[in-house]
Design a protein around this ligand. Structure first.
Ligand SMILES: [Zn+2]
Ligand SMILES: [Zn+2]
Length: 172
């Protein structure tokens, strides 16, 4: 039985664990319920639904399969979550950014990422926490994820850039 939840945000104070941005009051939010690693009982991580489909495909699919959601974008959520489940590295991708220095090494090709080159931070979800796990070249992301269908995920976490520009930086 899934304990996850969809609900209308009662205030604008919760932040999306996937993208880091605020969840607006009265917007729909997805709550991932999990055991509290720091103590007793359960805790809830809130997300924008589409962000969660990309970042947390497993709990999202559990919730959808339990019939907790009936909105018009249900097929989109389901598709994103299925795709993330099929390509285990895809949910690690963060927001596109320009490398502020030339010191980080790409976790895929092992080459240095040049200053001002486009890169993607990797985010690992482990034991109830999100941990930063280095960077990859934007142009290495498709190979790293073993699929070229990665634009939707990166665009979801990079809302300031037009989708076409995101695709261009990813070399797709
Ligand atoms: Zn979000
Ligand atoms: Zn690389």
């Amino acid at each position: 039985m899934s304990e996850h939840v969809f609900e209308i945000a009662p205030s604008g104070r919760s932040k999306c664990r996937s993208c880091g941005l605020a969840i607006e009051k009265d917007a729909l939010r997805f709550g991932e319920r999990m055991p509290n690693p720091f103590g007793e009982g359960n805790m809830t991580h809130w997300h924008h639904p589409l962000c969660a489909a990309h970042r947390r495909p497993e709990p999202m699919l559990e919730a959808l399969q339990a019939g907790l959601y009936e909105g018009d974008d249900l097929p989109a959520l389901e598709h994103a979550a299925q795709h993330g489940l099929a390509h285990r590295r895809l949910p690690r991708l963060g927001a596109l950014e320009k490398s502020p220095s030339g010191r980080a090494r790409c976790r895929h090709c092992r080459e240095l990422i040049e200053k001002d080159a486009w890169r993607l931070p990797l985010v690992f979800f482990e034991e109830g926490a999100y941990n930063a796990g280095g960077f990859i070249h934007a142009t290495c992301a498709a190979e790293y994820c073993e699929t070229s269908e990665i634009v939707d995920t990166v665009a979801c976490f990079t809302p300031d850039l037009p989708r076409q520009e995101v695709a261009g930086h990813l070399g797709l």
